[in-house]
Structures are given as structure tokens and as C-alpha cells.
Design a protein around this ligand. Structure first.
Ligand code: FAD
Length: 446
């Protein structure tokens, strides 16, 4: 359409940059409910462009697991991360057996296992403390493995598998587009320009790469979560199981992560996502206020939470409607993890699925890298065809589960507490989505 030697599609229409020429136009991008135009800008680029074969945008769980998987198969990649360092704050993530299988295949699971407790089961109570139901994971499925790991440790463990200089920090992607040679052209906020045969967008729920590919913003689902990691330097006193408490329009959970740390969350209905709050004492006060009449145990865990591990997150998702959502890849660019399929955390599967995506993609992509663009596109298509039937239903199920658990209606909650949970729910079928198989990453397979 535009005859220029190389072009960049800008994500920041109002940025000015003197050595770039701009042209504006609109393309339709499909959203969950409607088609709306996304305004993009084409920019001609100069020649000071660095060449890479594989670039990964984002050093989160998806990005680092793609990089480690590629590395295991003998493929070098460059990871671009906007932050100055790996995310060292934050709380923990519960990983089910599917997540552990991928970490095993990457060769890092045992190092993590040795630091985190195996969670034996789950107990569900009402806000008055009445027990509704309890399950033991291994009674339902001998192969189930559930552990909560600290996000920071997971990221550090993955990052240290990579050769030095694999991750460049303070490298925020500003613009993305096509180079005349068919490769993807990336421009960073610091002005660096990189052309790459393969770009893997692992840049999370507000992914600029996904936006460029025509994806809509993830949609707020009507409730937020406070999360934190209680610290008990002299040892935490809790049994190794998930404690879940159901209220009306609010639910709470806590689970021992290690011998000294306890993860907790409070999910509460809120018509709006609300302002971003970073003051930890305010976050603690707000979280405690929501559950002030509930059993005191949780208040104590919140009190034991260091400032840098408490956060409040509005929860969002985006459904990959068949025939309506853009494909997972465009030319040499492909999406992985939250960048492709943000989902609510109600099944504890966002990170597990990011890990699954990474290994599935890399096992298809690595052998095709030498064969050229068509083979790469075939690998991407095969990745999408394999992953979509797993991801789309999981995103919908997580959303519906959350909607049911956040109901406020007293009658519906009474039915849930007196009939559904005590008599009807079975854990086995509820965790069937954790069945996943993958092969170890062996370099001989490329
Ligand atoms: C309340 C809550 C609880 C959760 N609990 C669980 C759980 O128990 N189990 C589970 O499996 N999952 C859970 N999840 C989901 C899980 O956190 C995510 O699915 C997972 O972190 C996705 O990883 P990611 O790498 O795709 O994205 P992210 O972790 O968001 O990483 C994206 C990275 O890209 C970087 N980036 C973004 N933009 C740019 C840019 N322009 N340039 C360069 N870098 C950029 C970011 O800085 C970041 O490092 C939970 C989520 C929430 C909100």
C-alpha cells in the first residue's frame, strides 16, 4: 500500500522523532463486541538497524520461558524488558501439575520444588467459619501437584538459565512495524531499532504487540483483587492447604507457600476498576476493612505482609472469539501468555498456560527457523491451532467461575453454601484442565 523502503507502525501517534517520516491511516481491528478502527502510523526508517534472529518482548513468565526453551534447543534469543531489572516484588502464583510438567521439561522444576511446599488440598468455609467442604488433591488425582511459588523466584530461576546478555533491561518497545525485507522492525523508547525474523510478543495484558496486531484492550470483569505475601520469619503455623472463604460479592483465600510465607487474596466486587493505589498502608487498610467481621486469621496474615508484596489489581480478560479475534501471529510476529489471552485468575491458570504456550510454540518454531518465513508461519499456525481449543474455553470457564463466586444475591449464596458446594461440586472434573503433556526439551530434536 505504501511504497517506502522500510516502515514502522507506530503505537504512539503523538510522539515526534525528527529522523522519521510519518503517514497515518486506519485499519479495522475486531473486538469482542464490535469492530473498531485502530489508528496506526507508518514511519519510514533509516539504516542504523540492529539485526537479530529471535526477539522476545517482555521478561515475564511467558518471555523467560520462551527464551529458556529456545536456549535448551540451541537457539539464541534477545529478551527486551521495559523495567530496569527483573520484577522482584509481587506475590506468588499457584502452579498446578500442567505448570510443573513444563518446568520439568525446561529442567528447572526441582530447584523450585525444593523451596516451596506441596499443597495437599483445599478447605472451603463460609464467612462465619462454617466448613462447607474439603478435598485432598491426591485423592482426586494421584498425579496432581500443586505448589505456590514466589513470582520473583520463578523469574530469577528462569533468567539464570540464560547466557549473559540475553535480557536487555530498560528496553521498552515503543513502535513495531514491517521492514522491507519482510522482517519485523522494532523501535525502543531509547531510539534503538531492531529488525528480527521472529518476534515473540510476551508483553502482558496491555501488550503493545497485541494492540498492533489488532487486539482490543482486555475487559474489566467487575471485581478487583488485593494480594499479598505474609512473612513469618519464625515459621508460619498453617496446614499445607488452600483455605477458601466465600462471602457475598467477596471471597478470600490464603495458602502457605513455604515454611515462612503465606499467600493471601481478597476478591471484591467493584463497579469500576478504581484508581491505581501504591501506598501499602492504604492497601492494607482497605483489604482489612473488607473482611473486618471475618475470622481474625486473615487479618493477622495481612498484618504480617511486607509493603513490597501487597498489590491491588482490577481483573480483566479477553475472549478469543473464533472468526472474530485476530490470529495469534502476523508475519514473523506471534503472541504468548497474557499478551494473547489475558484470563481471570479464578482457575489459577494464567501463568500455567503461559508456560504451556511457550513450550508448545518453541517445539514447533525451533526446527523451522532455518527453513525460512513460510516454515515459521506454518509453525505459528500449528501453535495457534493446538493452543486455541485449550485457551479459549479456559478463559471463558475462568470468567464464569469468577462470576458465580462473586454473586451477591443472598438467596443464590444460600443455595451455593447449603447445596452446591457441600453436595454437588466434585474436584476431579474441576481440575481436568490441568491435564497436559509435553516432552523434555532436547537439543537433538531440532
Ligand atoms: C490476582 C491474580 C492472581 C493470579 N494467580 C495466578 C495463579 O495462582 N496461577 C497462575 O498460573 N496464574 C495466576 N495469575 C496469572 C499470571 O499472573 C499471568 O497469567 C502471568 O503473569 C502472565 O505472564 P506473562 O509473562 O504473559 O505476562 P507478565 O507477567 O505481565 O509479563 C509481561 C512482561 O512484559 C513487560 N513489558 C510490557 N510492555 C512492554 C514493552 N512495551 N516493552 C518491553 N517490555 C514490556 C513487562 O514489564 C513484564 O515484565 C494471576 C493473575 C492475577 C491478576
Amino acid at each position: 500500500m505504501v511504497a517506502i523502503s522500510s516502515s514502522l507502525l507506530s503505537l504512539h501517534q503523538h510522539t515526534t522523532n525528527t529522523h522519521l517520516t510519518r503517514y497515518s491511516f486506519s485499519i479495522p481491528a475486531r473486538t469482542r463486541n464490535k469492530t473498531k478502527p485502530v489508528s496506526l502510523t507508518i514511519v519510514s526508517a533509516g539504516s542504523d538497524i540492529r539485526k537479530e534472529e529471535v526477539v522476545i518482548v517482555g521478561a515475564g513468565i511467558a518471555g523467560l520461558s520462551c527464551a529458556v526453551s529456545l536456549h535448551r534447543l540451541g537457539v539464541r534469543s534477545l529478551v527486551l524488558e521495559q523495567a530496569e531489572s527483573l520484577r522482584t516484588g509481587g506475590t506468588s502464583l499457584t502452579l498446578f501439575k500442567n505448570g510443573w510438567k513444563v518446568l520439568d521439561a525446561m529442567g528447572v522444576a526441582d530447584e523450585l520444588r525444593s523451596q516451596y511446599l506441596e499443597i495437599k488440598g483445599i478447605i472451603i468455609k463460609t464467612e462465619e467459619g462454617r466448613e462447607l467442604r474439603s478435598f485432598t488433591f491426591k485423592d482426586e488425582d494421584q498425579t496432581q501437584e500443586v505448589r505456590a511459588v514466589e513470582r520473583k523466584t520463578l523469574l530469577e530461576t528462569l533468567a539464570k538459565q540464560l547466557p549473559e546478555d540475553s535480557i536487555t533491561f530498560s528496553s521498552k518497545l515503543a513502535k513495531i512495524g514491517k521492514h522491507e525485507n519482510g522482517e519485523t522492525l522494532l523501535e525502543l523508547v531509547n531510539g534503538t531499532r531492531i529488525s528480527s525474523k521472529v518476534v515473540i510478543g510476551c508483553d502482558g495484558i496491555r501488550s503493545p504487540v497485541a494492540k498492533w496486531m489488532g487486539y482490543s484492550e482486555a475487559k474489566y470483569v467487575g471485581y478487583c483483587a488485593f494480594r499479598g505475601l505474609g512473612d513469618f520469619p519464625n515459621g508460619q503455623p498453617y496446614e499445607s492447604r488452600v483455605n477458601y472463604i466465600y462471602g457475598r460479592g467477596i471471597r478470600v483465600g490464603y495458602v502457605p507457600v513455604s515454611t515462612t510465607k503465606v499467600y493471601w487474596f481478597v476478591c471484591f466486587n467493584s463497579p469500576e476498576p478504581g484508581p491505581k493505589i501504591t501506598d501499602p498502608s492504604l492497601l492494607k487498610r482497605q483489604a482489612k476493612e473488607l473482611i473486618k467481621k471475618w475470622p481474625s486469621e486473615l487479618q493477622n496474615i495481612i498484618d504480617a505482609t511486607p509493603d513490597d508484596t501487597i498489590i491491588r489489581t482490577p481483573l480483566v480478560d479477553r475472549w478469543l472469539w473464533p472468526g472474530l479475534s485476530p490470529p495469534a501471529s502476523s508475519g514473523g510476529t506471534v503472541l504468548v501468555g497474557d499478551a494473547w489471552h489475558p484470563m481471570t485468575p479464578n482457575l489459577g491458570q494464567g501463568a500455567c498456560c503461559a508456560l504451556e504456550d511457550a513450550i508448545v510454540l518453541v517445539q514447533k518454531l525451533a526446527p523451522s527457523l532455518k527453513a525460512g518465513p513460510e516454515a515459521i508461519e506454518d509453525a505459528y499456525k500449528s501453535y495457534q491451532n493446538e493452543r486455541w481449543p485449550r485457551i479459549f474455553p479456559m478463559t471463558v470457564r475462568a470468567n464464569v467461575t469468577g462470576a458465580v463466586l462473586q454473586l451477591e444475591n443472598p438467596l443464590v449464596c444460600a443455595i451455593r453454601d447449603n447445596f452446591l458446594v457441600p453436595k454437588l461440586i466434585r474436584l476431579g472434573p474441576m481440575l481436568e484442565h490441568t491435564n497436559f503433556e509435553c516432552e523434555p526439551l532436547l537439543q537433538t530434536k531440532v
